[in-house]
Design a protein around this ligand. Sequence first.
Ligand code: UDP
Length: 467
Amino acid sequence: MALEGNAAAAAANGHDGSRRRHVLVFPLAYQGHINPMFRLAGILHARGFAITVFHTHFNAPDPARHPEYRFVPVPDGVSGPAPVAMEDVVSHIFALNAACEAPFRDRLAAVLEEYSRDAVACLIADGHLLSMVQVATRLAVPTLILRTGSAACFSCFLAYPLLINEGYLPVQESELETEVSELPPYRVRDLMRVGNHDLTRELLERAVAAVDTSAGLILNTFDALERRELEKLRQDLTLPVFDIGPLHMLSPAVESSLLRQDRSCLEWLDARPPASVLYVSFGSLACMSPRDLVETAWGIAGSNVPFLWVVRPGLVAAAGEENEVTVTRLPDGFEAATRGRGTVVAWAPQEEVLRHPAVAGFWTHCGWNSTTESVCEGVPMLCRPHFGDQMGNARYVEHVWRVGFEVGGELERGAVEAAIRRLVTGKDGAEMQARAGELKKAAKECTGVAGSSHLAINKLVDHMLSL
Ligand code: UDP
């Protein structure tokens, strides 16, 4: 019989005389995947589990930041610079899976022998690490999948073969605005895309296979945000689904940033009036063309709205150097034109920035972490999705939660200026902010002691101990 919440935590702790239970985790080595996995590890550690982190050499975590965890490096055999283009990121994910499979099997077998098999509760693997899930299954280790996107996004993964059969995919330019009646509220252009059709299909097939092979699906989302989508997933899947997000609100703060966060921008924000600043960041992977950078910069400058802009190395891939991470140079004259009104950093402490009272809006690429972090702080969004699940997330922001809108099409400075003013000082921007405030309240309730996410964590712990 499964243990209830506190009893489960005590069992994990070994307070009832049982052995301390180990949880093994294997994050995918990209920023948007590392952050939620470390948050989840923090939650489980607080519940009494010992944590062992398997990781690739690529984007390896810093063990010194987590002295309470054990780290097991898995040789990934993948050399060369970090991929920049999305197609290359996906090929890199496939290559990491292939290269890590055998070394992971050896290291997992050694860990099982050392801890004793009964002391290991399960492996929690990122949803894009099918090969690791298969290795663990062959060694009789139960697995759970952490998916770092939304419930709606995973429904899109499940529906992909149907959408191909129905003719929505591969995407035709002429059909971009067609509504996908099988998967509302998506239009064709909102469907998951990572480069070419075959690559996307293979990525999604593998992600679905990973979940099918596992004993449960963990999602960084919460009931009040995606109730309908979670219900649909539970109908479509035969395994338990744990909506335990937003993880950043439930877990002890952890520093899992791959780039150094420049905290000076928090002091800069301290000196700004409440709800006055636009925060601009496109996450860790999205790239802009040199032309879009110029239009973005002059649009920001022309809006006269104070801004904090994250311009990370590699934000613009230099011509002819698509695989080089380069320092991004802003247009001549931009600094002089915006002096005293804005600040630019290479990487920000984003959660703290979004929590800051001076922030009025977020111009984002709509990565799922950025989207939920913004929603949970009641910050309305300008959306400029680039690839993957970002178009679908932007659709939810604009059409379902109505806490922002998309800046679509060719970027043009006049349109950028107008969009920024609309969000930060316009009447409908104020309405979006009010709705975002409601979502913030809902997120707080879900993460409270009797809230849905808290209860889902109890269920997850019970489930892990029953495997
Ligand atoms: N982030 C950050 N500092 C920045 C920009 C982003 O710490 O300057 C964090 C952000 O809080 C989020 C993650 O990086 O947790 C980005 O994940 P997301 O899913 O939004 O986008 P991705 O980088 O995967 O495209």
